[in-house]
Design a protein around this ligand. Structure first.
Ligand SMILES: Cc1cc2nc3c(=O)[nH]c(=O)nc-3n(C[C@H](O)[C@H](O)[C@H](O)COP(=O)(O)OP(=O)(O)OC[C@H]3O[C@@H](n4cnc5c(N)ncnc54)[C@H](O)[C@@H]3O)c2cc1C
Length: 379
């Protein structure tokens, strides 16, 4: 660890590592990433790895579309196979009102250039015979959506950033920050360091890290659980999701089924335990919708956190009050898939004072002064 860096990043999840990689790729490698645990130990390593462009908010669609074009070349660019598969995302609706909203979403998504289809229950059955379409109103499907292995994607960015000269320090916790006249002084469990720029990519801890510089970020973390079945031969290409049905599921490269749901009874907090209630509810629900699952054993179950923002869209940009303090937080349930585009955009904002591929100006914190328009397509 040096005494001083141009840029310090708190958080070695996919967001922090993507920002670090893009900074270095664009020529700024005087960068350090502090990770209090191991890389991908936070939400990233606990997520489902879904990569979806079908959103109700145009910002999320635009960021996800840009991310997909970056995911498509990530394995090649970093020389790590991230198990990226564009098997599509099948979004099932069980609710009449939601079905109407889906049609509006598809119109907006198509206007933004996304190739999305609408399927009737019969068309779903023809294409995906293993799905029980009982009570399904309609589905939307985008073939270029898909999934990847979150650990490998996190490591891919980290390794590529290291190769370009970035210092990535694991088991190094930032415990306090002093805002200087120019720049910051960070106190870690391994000593102090100065930086001109500081980036909060602390995922579930984003609010605590913002407090270190005296800023109140409106993010809250909620536990989400996931369970995994034993492996079977691969046959299930898409990721399936339903907001009204409250589930998502996919098959991994190694044949396991990985699935999760939201829980409205969950209180904000940093609870990492798992519950039998989740296993029971998931197993019952999923074996009705995907009957083949009833024959498979559950082999793993863990929990992680959604770092929620008030409108379920990320809060990204530079602080309007503290010069040089940036954040990429509040990703809710979709920070893995947005990390490539957000990393690229934050790096451009720092180095060029503007972004090139995507405009993130409306995703900064001051948007909440105008009211809240919540992203609807979330589990
Ligand atoms: C069950 C579940 C399923 C999900 N499924 C999906 C999905 O399918 N697709 C998708 O796109 N998203 C999904 N998500 C959301 C996704 O996991 C997150 O949005 C994303 O991983 C956020 O990445 P991050 O780098 O911001 O945070 P993290 O991966 O949490 O990284 C932040 C890191 O900061 C470190 N840190 C915090 N404070 C400090 C400190 N003071 N000093 C040093 N280090 C610190 C933490 O240890 C952590 O490793 C899911 C989340 C969960 C929990």
């Amino acid at each position: 660890m040096k005494n001083e860096y141009r840029v310090a990043i708190i958080g070695g999840g996919i967001v922090g590592c993507s920002v670090a990689y893009h900074l270095a790729k664009f020529g700024e490698s005087d960068v350090v990433v502090f990770e209090k645990d191991y890389l991908s130990s936070g939400s990233t390593g606990r997520c489902a790895g879904g990569i979806r462009q079908q959103w109700s908010s145009p910002h999320n669609v635009i960021l996800a579309m840009r991310s997909v074009s970056l995911f498509e070349k990530l394995s090649r660019e970093t020389d790590i196979d991230i198990e990226y598969k564009q098997g599509g995302y099948l979004v099932l609706s069980y609710d009449d009102q939601e079905a109407v909203q889906f049609e509006k979403n598809v119109q907006m998504q198509r206007e933004l250039g996304l190739d999305v289809q609408i399927f009737t229950p019969r068309q779903i059955k023809e294409r995906f015979p293993y799905v029980n379409v009982h009570e399904v109103r309609l589905a939307t499907f985008c073939q270029t959506d898909g999934h990847a292995n979150p650990h490998l994607a996190n490591f891919a960015y980290a390794r590529a950033a290291r190769k370009l000269g970035v210092d990535i320090l694991t088991h190094t916790e930032v415990v306090a920050v002093e805002v200087l006249h120019s720049g910051f002084k960070l106190f870690t469990n391994k000593g102090a360091v100065r930086s001109q720029i500081l980036i909060n990519a602390a995922g579930p801890y984003s609010r605590e890290v913002a407090k270190m510089v005296g800023m109140d970020l409106p993010t809250e973390s909620y536990r989400h659980q996931i369970m995994v079945t034993e492996a079977v031969k691969n046959f299930f290409d898409p990721m399936a999701i339903s907001f009204s049905g409250n589930f998502y599921m996919r098959q991994t490269k190694h044949g396991h089924f990985i699935m999760g749901q939201g829980d409205i009874d969950e209180k904000p907090g940093l609870n990492n335990n798992v519950t039998y209630k989740f296993e029971k509810e998931m197993a019952r629900k999923m074996s009705k919708i995907f009957p083949f699952l009833s024959k498979l054993r559950i082999v793993r179950h863990w929990s992680g956190h959604y770092n929620m923002s008030p409108d379920a869209q990320p809060i990204i940009g530079e602080s309007p009050k503290i010069e040089g303090f940036y954040y990429a937080v509040g990703f809710s349930g979709h920070g893995f898939m947005l990390a490539p585009a957000v990393g690229e955009a934050i790096a451009q904002l720092i180095l060029l004072g503007k972004t090139i591929e995507v405009d993130i100006s409306e995703l900064n914190i001051n948007r909440f002064e105008k009211g809240i328009v919540r992203e609807k397509n979330v589990v």
